[in-house]
Design a protein around this ligand. Structure first.
Ligand SMILES: Nc1ncnc2c1ncn2[C@@H]1O[C@H](COP(=O)(O)OP(=O)(O)OP(=O)(O)O)[C@@H](O)[C@H]1O
Length: 230
Protein backbone atom coordinates (compact mmCIF):
# COMPACT_ATOMS: atom_id res chain seq x y z
CA UNK A 1 0.00 0.00 0.00
CA UNK A 2 1.37 3.40 -0.94
CA UNK A 3 2.25 5.84 1.78
CA UNK A 4 -0.03 8.90 1.99
CA UNK A 5 1.41 12.04 0.45
CA UNK A 6 -1.05 14.37 2.16
CA UNK A 7 -2.56 13.97 5.63
CA UNK A 8 -5.06 16.52 6.90
CA UNK A 9 -6.13 15.96 10.51
CA UNK A 10 -8.85 17.90 12.30
CA UNK A 11 -8.03 21.12 10.48
CA UNK A 12 -9.85 24.35 11.28
CA UNK A 13 -9.26 27.87 9.99
CA UNK A 14 -10.86 30.92 11.55
CA UNK A 15 -10.71 34.43 10.13
CA UNK A 16 -11.49 37.54 12.13
CA UNK A 17 -13.98 39.59 10.09
CA UNK A 18 -15.74 42.78 11.15
CA UNK A 19 -15.51 42.02 14.86
CA UNK A 20 -16.76 38.47 14.33
CA UNK A 21 -15.09 35.16 13.62
CA UNK A 22 -15.67 33.36 10.31
CA UNK A 23 -15.17 29.61 10.56
CA UNK A 24 -13.88 28.93 7.06
CA UNK A 25 -13.00 25.31 7.93
CA UNK A 26 -14.00 23.15 10.85
CA UNK A 27 -12.50 19.82 11.82
CA UNK A 28 -11.68 18.68 8.28
CA UNK A 29 -9.74 15.43 7.86
CA UNK A 30 -8.72 13.38 4.83
CA UNK A 31 -5.70 11.75 3.24
CA UNK A 32 -4.39 11.58 -0.32
CA UNK A 33 -2.15 8.73 -1.41
CA UNK A 34 0.69 9.06 -3.89
CA UNK A 35 -0.69 9.25 -7.41
CA UNK A 36 -4.25 9.85 -6.26
CA UNK A 37 -6.63 12.38 -7.72
CA UNK A 38 -8.72 14.07 -5.02
CA UNK A 39 -11.66 16.31 -5.96
CA UNK A 40 -12.69 19.02 -3.49
CA UNK A 41 -16.17 20.31 -4.09
CA UNK A 42 -18.73 22.53 -2.42
CA UNK A 43 -20.64 25.73 -3.01
CA UNK A 44 -19.05 29.15 -3.15
CA UNK A 45 -17.80 30.00 0.34
CA UNK A 46 -17.71 26.35 1.47
CA UNK A 47 -13.98 26.56 2.22
CA UNK A 48 -12.33 25.00 -0.87
CA UNK A 49 -9.74 27.74 -1.48
CA UNK A 50 -8.96 27.96 2.22
CA UNK A 51 -8.30 24.21 2.32
CA UNK A 52 -6.09 24.22 -0.78
CA UNK A 53 -4.08 27.19 0.49
CA UNK A 54 -3.45 25.41 3.79
CA UNK A 55 -2.28 22.18 2.14
CA UNK A 56 0.02 24.14 -0.19
CA UNK A 57 1.59 26.06 2.68
CA UNK A 58 0.22 29.45 1.57
CA UNK A 59 -1.66 29.83 4.87
CA UNK A 60 -1.68 28.23 8.32
CA UNK A 61 -4.58 26.52 10.07
CA UNK A 62 -5.95 27.69 13.41
CA UNK A 63 -6.26 24.09 14.61
CA UNK A 64 -5.22 20.66 13.40
CA UNK A 65 -2.27 19.28 11.52
CA UNK A 66 -1.24 18.90 7.87
CA UNK A 67 1.58 16.75 6.56
CA UNK A 68 2.78 16.85 2.94
CA UNK A 69 5.50 14.47 1.70
CA UNK A 70 6.55 13.69 5.25
CA UNK A 71 6.82 17.35 6.30
CA UNK A 72 4.64 18.90 8.97
CA UNK A 73 3.38 21.94 7.06
CA UNK A 74 1.67 23.27 10.17
CA UNK A 75 4.89 23.46 12.15
CA UNK A 76 7.12 24.55 9.25
CA UNK A 77 8.94 27.87 9.35
CA UNK A 78 8.89 30.32 6.43
CA UNK A 79 11.97 28.81 4.84
CA UNK A 80 10.57 25.28 5.00
CA UNK A 81 7.31 26.50 3.47
CA UNK A 82 9.18 28.20 0.64
CA UNK A 83 11.10 24.98 0.01
CA UNK A 84 7.84 23.01 0.02
CA UNK A 85 6.28 25.34 -2.54
CA UNK A 86 9.38 25.33 -4.71
CA UNK A 87 10.18 21.60 -4.65
CA UNK A 88 7.03 19.65 -3.90
CA UNK A 89 3.91 21.59 -4.89
CA UNK A 90 2.69 22.98 -8.23
CA UNK A 91 -0.21 25.46 -8.18
CA UNK A 92 -2.83 26.24 -10.81
CA UNK A 93 -5.27 29.05 -10.03
CA UNK A 94 -8.62 30.02 -11.50
CA UNK A 95 -7.15 33.30 -12.69
CA UNK A 96 -4.13 31.60 -14.39
CA UNK A 97 -1.64 33.86 -12.58
CA UNK A 98 0.68 34.31 -15.56
CA UNK A 99 3.11 37.21 -15.71
CA UNK A 100 1.88 39.50 -18.54
CA UNK A 101 5.24 40.79 -19.73
CA UNK A 102 6.74 37.30 -20.08
CA UNK A 103 6.22 34.96 -23.03
CA UNK A 104 4.58 31.55 -22.60
CA UNK A 105 8.04 29.94 -22.54
CA UNK A 106 9.38 32.42 -19.97
CA UNK A 107 6.36 31.90 -17.74
CA UNK A 108 6.83 28.13 -17.85
CA UNK A 109 10.57 28.52 -17.22
CA UNK A 110 10.16 30.76 -14.20
CA UNK A 111 10.10 28.00 -11.54
CA UNK A 112 13.19 26.49 -13.20
CA UNK A 113 14.97 29.83 -13.04
CA UNK A 114 14.12 30.12 -9.35
CA UNK A 115 15.47 26.59 -8.86
CA UNK A 116 18.67 27.72 -10.67
CA UNK A 117 18.38 25.18 -13.48
CA UNK A 118 21.03 26.06 -16.13
CA UNK A 119 19.70 27.94 -19.19
CA UNK A 120 20.25 25.18 -21.77
CA UNK A 121 18.51 22.53 -19.68
CA UNK A 122 15.78 25.02 -18.84
CA UNK A 123 15.03 25.72 -22.49
CA UNK A 124 14.87 22.06 -23.27
CA UNK A 125 12.51 21.31 -20.38
CA UNK A 126 10.29 24.28 -21.26
CA UNK A 127 10.00 23.05 -24.86
CA UNK A 128 8.96 19.58 -23.66
CA UNK A 129 6.42 21.06 -21.23
CA UNK A 130 4.86 23.33 -23.86
CA UNK A 131 4.65 20.37 -26.25
CA UNK A 132 3.00 18.34 -23.50
CA UNK A 133 0.16 20.85 -23.13
CA UNK A 134 -0.17 21.26 -26.92
CA UNK A 135 1.40 24.72 -27.15
CA UNK A 136 4.67 23.92 -28.90
CA UNK A 137 3.99 26.58 -31.53
CA UNK A 138 3.10 29.32 -29.05
CA UNK A 139 6.30 29.63 -27.02
CA UNK A 140 6.96 33.29 -27.84
CA UNK A 141 3.45 34.60 -27.33
CA UNK A 142 2.56 36.69 -24.30
CA UNK A 143 -0.47 35.74 -22.19
CA UNK A 144 -2.70 38.44 -23.77
CA UNK A 145 -1.99 36.94 -27.19
CA UNK A 146 -3.37 33.58 -26.07
CA UNK A 147 -6.93 32.38 -25.47
CA UNK A 148 -8.15 31.64 -21.95
CA UNK A 149 -7.77 27.89 -22.46
CA UNK A 150 -4.26 28.34 -23.84
CA UNK A 151 -3.32 30.57 -20.88
CA UNK A 152 -4.52 27.93 -18.46
CA UNK A 153 -2.48 25.31 -20.33
CA UNK A 154 0.61 27.54 -19.94
CA UNK A 155 -0.20 27.77 -16.22
CA UNK A 156 -0.49 23.98 -16.09
CA UNK A 157 2.88 23.56 -17.84
CA UNK A 158 4.42 26.01 -15.35
CA UNK A 159 2.94 24.08 -12.42
CA UNK A 160 4.52 20.88 -13.78
CA UNK A 161 7.94 22.46 -14.43
CA UNK A 162 9.56 21.28 -11.21
CA UNK A 163 7.96 17.87 -11.46
CA UNK A 164 5.98 18.36 -8.24
CA UNK A 165 4.76 15.41 -6.19
CA UNK A 166 1.56 17.37 -5.49
CA UNK A 167 -0.48 19.45 -7.92
CA UNK A 168 -2.97 21.85 -6.33
CA UNK A 169 -5.55 23.33 -8.70
CA UNK A 170 -8.19 25.77 -7.49
CA UNK A 171 -11.16 25.71 -9.88
CA UNK A 172 -8.80 25.73 -12.87
CA UNK A 173 -11.66 25.98 -15.36
CA UNK A 174 -13.70 28.58 -13.46
CA UNK A 175 -12.95 31.34 -15.99
CA UNK A 176 -13.31 29.24 -19.12
CA UNK A 177 -16.35 28.45 -21.24
CA UNK A 178 -17.60 24.92 -20.73
CA UNK A 179 -16.05 23.38 -23.85
CA UNK A 180 -12.60 24.92 -23.26
CA UNK A 181 -12.89 24.10 -19.56
CA UNK A 182 -13.63 20.48 -20.39
CA UNK A 183 -10.56 20.26 -22.62
CA UNK A 184 -8.31 21.73 -19.89
CA UNK A 185 -9.82 19.39 -17.28
CA UNK A 186 -9.29 16.35 -19.54
CA UNK A 187 -5.66 17.40 -20.06
CA UNK A 188 -5.12 17.91 -16.33
CA UNK A 189 -6.59 14.51 -15.55
CA UNK A 190 -4.47 12.78 -18.21
CA UNK A 191 -1.26 14.50 -17.04
CA UNK A 192 -1.88 13.64 -13.40
CA UNK A 193 -2.44 10.00 -14.32
CA UNK A 194 0.51 9.82 -16.71
CA UNK A 195 2.99 11.39 -14.27
CA UNK A 196 1.77 9.56 -11.17
CA UNK A 197 1.27 12.86 -9.34
CA UNK A 198 -1.07 13.42 -6.46
CA UNK A 199 -3.59 16.12 -7.33
CA UNK A 200 -5.95 18.11 -5.15
CA UNK A 201 -8.46 19.87 -7.40
CA UNK A 202 -11.29 22.17 -6.32
CA UNK A 203 -13.89 21.64 -9.01
CA UNK A 204 -17.51 21.49 -10.06
CA UNK A 205 -16.63 19.35 -13.08
CA UNK A 206 -18.72 16.13 -12.87
CA UNK A 207 -16.27 14.19 -15.08
CA UNK A 208 -13.38 14.98 -12.75
CA UNK A 209 -15.42 14.14 -9.65
CA UNK A 210 -16.39 10.88 -11.36
CA UNK A 211 -12.74 10.10 -12.18
CA UNK A 212 -11.42 11.07 -8.73
CA UNK A 213 -10.05 8.46 -6.34
CA UNK A 214 -11.47 10.45 -3.44
CA UNK A 215 -13.97 13.25 -3.11
CA UNK A 216 -13.93 15.77 -0.28
CA UNK A 217 -17.24 17.62 -0.15
CA UNK A 218 -17.36 20.75 1.99
CA UNK A 219 -20.39 22.59 3.27
CA UNK A 220 -19.97 25.66 5.47
CA UNK A 221 -16.40 24.60 6.20
CA UNK A 222 -17.25 21.06 7.26
CA UNK A 223 -16.71 17.80 5.44
CA UNK A 224 -20.09 16.33 4.51
CA UNK A 225 -19.35 13.46 2.14
CA UNK A 226 -21.81 11.16 3.80
CA UNK A 227 -24.63 13.65 3.20
CA UNK A 228 -26.36 14.53 -0.06
CA UNK A 229 -23.87 16.41 -2.28
CA UNK A 230 -24.26 20.18 -2.67
N1 LIG B 1 -8.91 36.23 4.50
C1 LIG B 1 -10.17 36.04 4.88
N2 LIG B 1 -10.75 36.84 5.80
C2 LIG B 1 -12.02 36.62 6.21
N3 LIG B 1 -12.81 35.62 5.76
C3 LIG B 1 -12.30 34.81 4.85
C4 LIG B 1 -10.96 34.96 4.34
N4 LIG B 1 -10.73 33.98 3.42
C5 LIG B 1 -11.86 33.26 3.35
N5 LIG B 1 -12.81 33.75 4.20
C6 LIG B 1 -14.17 33.21 4.40
O1 LIG B 1 -14.05 31.81 4.58
C7 LIG B 1 -15.13 31.13 3.92
C8 LIG B 1 -14.57 30.13 2.94
O2 LIG B 1 -13.97 30.82 1.82
P1 LIG B 1 -13.25 30.08 0.61
O3 LIG B 1 -12.69 31.13 -0.27
O4 LIG B 1 -12.33 29.06 1.15
O5 LIG B 1 -14.49 29.35 -0.10
P2 LIG B 1 -14.56 28.62 -1.51
O6 LIG B 1 -15.30 27.34 -1.27
O7 LIG B 1 -13.22 28.53 -2.11
O8 LIG B 1 -15.46 29.61 -2.38
P3 LIG B 1 -15.42 29.93 -3.97
O9 LIG B 1 -15.97 28.70 -4.64
O10 LIG B 1 -16.36 31.11 -4.08
O11 LIG B 1 -14.01 30.26 -4.35
C9 LIG B 1 -16.01 32.23 3.30
O12 LIG B 1 -17.06 32.50 4.20
C10 LIG B 1 -15.06 33.39 3.19
O13 LIG B 1 -15.78 34.60 3.25
Amino acid sequence: MSEDLVTVEGVGREFPAAGQVVYALRDVSFTAGRGELVAVRGRSGAGKTTLLNLVGGLDRPTTGRIRVAGRDVTAANRRDLLALRRDTVGFVFQSFGLIPILSAAENVGLPLRLAKVPAAEREQRVAVLLELVGLGGHARQRPYELSGGQQQRVALARALANDPALLIADEPTGQLDSETGQAVMDLLRALVRARGMTALVATHDPALVEAADRVVTLRDGRRVDDLVPT
